[in-house]
Design a protein around this ligand. Structure first.
Ligand SMILES: C[S@@+](CC[C@H](N)C(=O)[O-])C[C@H]1O[C@@H](n2cnc3c(N)ncnc32)[C@H](O)[C@@H]1O
Length: 210
């Protein structure tokens, strides 16, 4: 379990090269500056930005095999976890979906600043994004599990991996799902918070069977 900012930064450093670590440091600086202009993350969380945001995003890669294309990040906000994934997996296409205009502008600025050629921003509501088969779908603090699946099932095939950091509500959200869907997912322990979980699984068919 990561228990300090140093440990969080080291966790990320152990999983990327020096150049990528510099890219992520640049992102952290920009995120802190932008948070003065718009409310992207809670101000208090920036005191532990590596643990609460960067390592918290990076840990999702433990569940996304290399070559999983593309990764679709729903409700990316300031780019969490999507931008971190794009920086750490330059060989994987990452699509960020975000509807709020100022956040979209920040995401576009970050893609340019960090030179993330593998990353595309869909600056509109998810409901308006044309469907394509996603290799993996990530979403942090986007919507309750049932609504999340309903909104994004158009992007899911039998191979799509769902990796959903759900914080402290992970087990409960899964328990609240109908049995048929509940059995398709399991909860992985978060390494940044002993009480938090990541819902991981696949739907064995396109969309959701009622
Ligand atoms: C609570 S924030 C979480 C942001 C980020 N994932 C994080 O963990 O910091 C949820 C984000 O989802 C976006 N959002 C909500 N519903 C959406 C939709 N239907 N389509 C696209 N973006 C949406 C919001 O604008 C917001 O930026």
């Amino acid at each position: 379990m990561i228990d300090s900012e140093e440990a969080a930064r080291q966790y990320v450093a152990d999983r990327c090269d020096d150049e990528t670590l510099l890219t992520l440091e640049k992102y952290v600086t920009a995120l802190k500056a932008e948070n003065q202009r718009q409310n992207l993350v809670s101000a208090a969380s920036l005191d532990s930005v590596w643990s609460r945001h960067i390592a918290d995003s990076a840990q999702l890669l433990n569940f996304v095999p290399r070559g999983t294309l593309p990764v679709l990040d729903l409700g990316s906000g300031p780019g969490l976890p999507g931008l971190v994934i794009a920086a750490m997996r330059p060989d994987q296409t990452v699509v960020l979906v975000e509807s709020r205009r100022k956040r979209v502008e920040f995401l576009q600025e970050m893609v340019a600043l960090l030179e993330l050629r593998n990353c595309r921003v869909e600056g509109r509501r998810l409901e308006q994004v044309g469907a394509f088969p996603a290799g993996a779908i990530t979403a942090r603090a986007f919507a309750p599990l049932g609504r999340l699946l309903e909104l994004s099932k158009r992007f899911s095939t039998a191979d799509t991996l769902w990796v959903l950091p759900k914080g402290r509500s992970a087990a409960q959200e899964l328990a609240d799902m109908p049995t048929a869907q509940r059995s398709l997912f399991h909860v992985e322990q978060s390494i940044t918070d002993p009480a938090a979980g990541i819902i991981v699984g696949k739907l064995p068919f396109r969309g959701i069977r009622k």
